[in-house]
Write a protein that binds this ligand. Structure first.
Ligand SMILES: *[C@@H]1O[C@H](CO)[C@@H](O)[C@H](O)[C@H]1NC(C)=O
Ligand SMILES: *[C@@H]1O[C@H](CO)[C@@H](O)[C@H](O)[C@H]1NC(C)=O
Length: 215
């Protein structure tokens, strides 16, 4: 039960304010108050919209640090500037893609290099974005900041994507029937790649092209 005396004291305390609000001079004050509330609401909506937008576009930002794990993209990476499995002394690095992929527990790559493609991707350039149905492929990618995307239906978006650093050398495998794409996201350097396939692709009908529309 409410204490009647308490209600009375509260009313007395509030009455000067109520009296003020009853006067016509209070109108601009009230107007200002509601404008202020509206402004706050709009600001909050705007900032929450901005942050959700940032989150959504995160995966497509070239410099994004939030990417998938390497194993989801069938990829291993090595530092090329320090002593590592690909750089055993100060001469630089050297590797055998097929052996290195196998030793790194990457499954589904080419067991031998029947057909080899060696190439450069200039800044902003894209290679792949296709799916071969008649060969397994093993890649070596290095030289620039590069985005590697591999079809993977265990990942919600249908693919896994990683960012290879300019000083890293990556070995990745794309089993037959798996789409892949390599995008140079570096402002100045060229990406270099070797694609090793375990069969000769005879014609274009054995591949699907332009898999991902956002690339
Ligand atoms: C690809 O690799 C699989 C095993 O992972 C093998 O069965 C197949 O013969 C290989 N080659 C082609 C062209 O699919
Ligand atoms: C293309 O290759 C596939 C097998 O990979 C074969 O079935 C098809 O007949 C070939 N098409 C042409 C036009 O050679």
């Amino acid at each position: 039960m409410a204490n009647p005396r308490r209600i009375v004291t509260e009313n007395t305390r509030l009455s000067p304010l109520i009296n003020l609000l009853k006067k016509p001079q209070a109108f601009p004050l009230l107007l200002f108050f509601f404008l202020f509330l509206t402004w706050i609401t709009l600001r909050l909506q705007h900032s929450s919209h901005l942050s959700s937008h940032t989150k959504k576009s995160h995966h497509h930002h070239p410099d994004s640090e939030v990417v998938d794990e390497d194993d989801k993209a069938n990829l291993v990476r090595f530092g090329s500037t320090s002593i590592s499995p690909i750089r055993k002394d100060d001469r630089g690095w050297l590797l055998d893609p097929v052996t290195l992929a196998r030793d790194s527990q990457l499954h589904g790559g080419a067991a031998s290099c029947v057909s080899i493609h060696v190439g450069e991707i200039k800044p902003g350039g894209l290679r792949g974005n296709h799916r071969h149905h008649t060969c397994n492929e093993t890649f070596v990618i290095w030289g620039a900041k590069t985005r590697f995307r591999l079809e993977n239906h265990n990942v919600e978006k249908g693919y896994a994507e990683v960012l290879i650093g300019e000083d890293e050398v990556a070995v990745a495998v794309s089993p037959s029937g798996t789409a892949h794409a390599i995008v140079n996201v570096d402002p100045v350097r060229s990406t270099f790649l070797i694609g090793c396939q375990d069969s000769n692709l005879h014609n274009s009908s054995s591949s699907d092209y332009k898999i991902w529309k956002d690339l």
